[in-house]
Design a protein around this ligand. Structure first.
Ligand code: NAP
Length: 113
Protein backbone atom coordinates (compact mmCIF):
# COMPACT_ATOMS: atom_id res chain seq x y z
CA UNK A 1 0.00 0.00 0.00
CA UNK A 2 2.85 2.40 0.74
CA UNK A 3 4.26 1.55 -2.69
CA UNK A 4 0.94 2.57 -4.22
CA UNK A 5 1.13 5.97 -2.50
CA UNK A 6 -1.25 5.39 0.39
CA UNK A 7 -0.97 7.11 3.74
CA UNK A 8 -0.05 4.21 6.02
CA UNK A 9 -0.29 4.10 9.82
CA UNK A 10 1.33 1.09 11.45
CA UNK A 11 -0.42 -0.11 14.60
CA UNK A 12 2.35 -1.54 16.79
CA UNK A 13 2.85 -2.38 20.44
CA UNK A 14 6.61 -1.85 20.56
CA UNK A 15 8.06 1.58 19.77
CA UNK A 16 11.47 0.36 18.62
CA UNK A 17 10.12 -2.32 16.29
CA UNK A 18 7.54 0.17 15.02
CA UNK A 19 10.24 2.72 14.17
CA UNK A 20 12.37 0.08 12.44
CA UNK A 21 9.42 -1.14 10.38
CA UNK A 22 8.42 2.42 9.48
CA UNK A 23 11.97 3.28 8.36
CA UNK A 24 12.24 0.11 6.28
CA UNK A 25 8.94 0.79 4.52
CA UNK A 26 9.89 4.42 3.80
CA UNK A 27 13.28 3.32 2.45
CA UNK A 28 11.84 0.60 0.27
CA UNK A 29 8.89 2.58 -1.12
CA UNK A 30 10.12 6.19 -1.06
CA UNK A 31 6.72 7.09 0.44
CA UNK A 32 7.31 9.36 3.43
CA UNK A 33 3.67 9.31 4.42
CA UNK A 34 4.19 6.29 6.69
CA UNK A 35 3.90 6.63 10.47
CA UNK A 36 3.10 4.50 13.49
CA UNK A 37 0.91 4.63 16.56
CA UNK A 38 1.24 2.46 19.63
CA UNK A 39 -1.50 -0.03 20.51
CA UNK A 40 -1.57 -3.20 22.59
CA UNK A 41 -4.29 -5.37 21.11
CA UNK A 42 -4.33 -7.36 24.35
CA UNK A 43 -5.70 -4.35 26.23
CA UNK A 44 -9.21 -3.08 25.51
CA UNK A 45 -8.27 0.30 27.02
CA UNK A 46 -5.29 0.61 24.69
CA UNK A 47 -7.49 -0.32 21.72
CA UNK A 48 -10.04 2.35 22.72
CA UNK A 49 -7.29 4.99 23.08
CA UNK A 50 -5.83 4.05 19.70
CA UNK A 51 -9.22 4.22 17.98
CA UNK A 52 -9.94 7.59 19.60
CA UNK A 53 -6.67 8.96 18.28
CA UNK A 54 -7.30 7.70 14.77
CA UNK A 55 -10.83 9.12 14.77
CA UNK A 56 -9.68 12.51 16.02
CA UNK A 57 -6.61 12.79 13.75
CA UNK A 58 -7.78 11.23 10.49
CA UNK A 59 -10.51 12.39 8.12
CA UNK A 60 -11.19 8.84 7.01
CA UNK A 61 -9.84 5.32 7.06
CA UNK A 62 -10.12 3.30 3.88
CA UNK A 63 -8.52 -0.01 4.85
CA UNK A 64 -7.88 -1.66 8.21
CA UNK A 65 -5.60 -4.70 8.22
CA UNK A 66 -6.02 -6.89 11.30
CA UNK A 67 -2.95 -9.08 11.00
CA UNK A 68 -1.34 -9.00 14.44
CA UNK A 69 -1.73 -12.17 16.42
CA UNK A 70 -0.06 -14.50 18.84
CA UNK A 71 0.06 -18.13 19.78
CA UNK A 72 1.53 -19.11 23.12
CA UNK A 73 0.42 -22.46 24.40
CA UNK A 74 0.44 -22.90 28.17
CA UNK A 75 -0.39 -19.31 29.14
CA UNK A 76 -2.26 -19.29 32.47
CA UNK A 77 -2.50 -15.62 33.41
CA UNK A 78 -5.40 -13.49 32.16
CA UNK A 79 -5.16 -9.96 30.75
CA UNK A 80 -6.19 -6.84 32.73
CA UNK A 81 -9.64 -7.33 31.18
CA UNK A 82 -9.89 -10.88 32.51
CA UNK A 83 -9.49 -12.43 29.07
CA UNK A 84 -7.19 -15.20 27.93
CA UNK A 85 -4.28 -13.42 26.12
CA UNK A 86 -4.72 -15.39 22.90
CA UNK A 87 -8.43 -14.57 22.75
CA UNK A 88 -7.72 -10.94 23.70
CA UNK A 89 -5.01 -10.33 21.09
CA UNK A 90 -6.35 -12.46 18.25
CA UNK A 91 -10.08 -11.84 18.57
CA UNK A 92 -11.46 -9.35 21.10
CA UNK A 93 -8.85 -6.61 20.45
CA UNK A 94 -9.22 -6.65 16.64
CA UNK A 95 -13.03 -7.03 16.94
CA UNK A 96 -13.29 -3.98 19.21
CA UNK A 97 -10.90 -2.00 17.04
CA UNK A 98 -12.84 -2.82 13.88
CA UNK A 99 -16.13 -1.85 15.51
CA UNK A 100 -14.78 1.42 16.89
CA UNK A 101 -13.37 2.36 13.50
CA UNK A 102 -16.44 1.41 11.51
CA UNK A 103 -17.99 4.56 10.23
CA UNK A 104 -14.81 6.63 10.19
CA UNK A 105 -16.00 7.86 6.83
CA UNK A 106 -19.33 9.01 8.31
CA UNK A 107 -19.82 12.56 9.58
CA UNK A 108 -21.25 11.46 12.93
CA UNK A 109 -19.35 8.89 14.95
CA UNK A 110 -20.20 7.78 18.52
CA UNK A 111 -16.74 8.80 19.81
CA UNK A 112 -16.92 12.22 18.11
CA UNK A 113 -20.16 13.35 19.79
N1 NAP B 1 2.88 -17.82 10.35
C1 NAP B 1 1.95 -18.77 10.16
O1 NAP B 1 2.25 -19.92 9.73
C2 NAP B 1 0.49 -18.50 10.42
C3 NAP B 1 -0.45 -19.45 10.08
C4 NAP B 1 -1.80 -19.20 10.28
C5 NAP B 1 -2.20 -18.01 10.87
N2 NAP B 1 -1.27 -17.10 11.22
C6 NAP B 1 -1.75 -15.87 11.81
O2 NAP B 1 -1.28 -14.73 11.06
C7 NAP B 1 -1.01 -13.63 11.93
C8 NAP B 1 0.43 -13.17 11.81
O3 NAP B 1 1.26 -14.28 12.08
P1 NAP B 1 2.84 -14.18 11.96
O4 NAP B 1 3.36 -15.53 11.76
O5 NAP B 1 3.21 -13.09 10.98
O6 NAP B 1 3.17 -13.78 13.45
P2 NAP B 1 4.38 -12.94 14.02
O7 NAP B 1 5.54 -12.97 13.09
O8 NAP B 1 4.57 -13.40 15.42
O9 NAP B 1 3.80 -11.49 14.01
C9 NAP B 1 2.73 -11.16 14.82
C10 NAP B 1 2.66 -9.65 14.89
O10 NAP B 1 1.61 -9.34 15.79
C11 NAP B 1 2.08 -8.37 16.67
N3 NAP B 1 1.44 -8.47 17.97
C12 NAP B 1 1.44 -9.55 18.80
N4 NAP B 1 0.78 -9.26 19.92
C13 NAP B 1 0.36 -7.97 19.80
C14 NAP B 1 -0.36 -7.09 20.66
N5 NAP B 1 -0.77 -7.48 21.88
N6 NAP B 1 -0.62 -5.85 20.22
C15 NAP B 1 -0.19 -5.44 19.01
N7 NAP B 1 0.50 -6.21 18.16
C16 NAP B 1 0.78 -7.47 18.55
C17 NAP B 1 3.57 -8.64 16.81
O11 NAP B 1 4.19 -7.46 17.28
P3 NAP B 1 5.71 -7.47 17.82
O12 NAP B 1 6.56 -7.17 16.62
O13 NAP B 1 5.73 -6.37 18.82
O14 NAP B 1 5.97 -8.81 18.40
C18 NAP B 1 3.94 -9.02 15.40
O15 NAP B 1 4.23 -7.87 14.61
C19 NAP B 1 -1.36 -14.13 13.33
O16 NAP B 1 -2.68 -13.75 13.62
C20 NAP B 1 -1.23 -15.64 13.22
O17 NAP B 1 -2.02 -16.29 14.18
C21 NAP B 1 0.07 -17.31 11.00
Amino acid sequence: MAKRGAKVILACRNEKRAKDAMRRIIEETDNKNVSYKIVDLGSLESVREFAKEIISCEDRLDILINNAGMQAPGIRHMTEDGLHPIMAVNYFGPFLLTNLLLGTSYIVHPLKQ
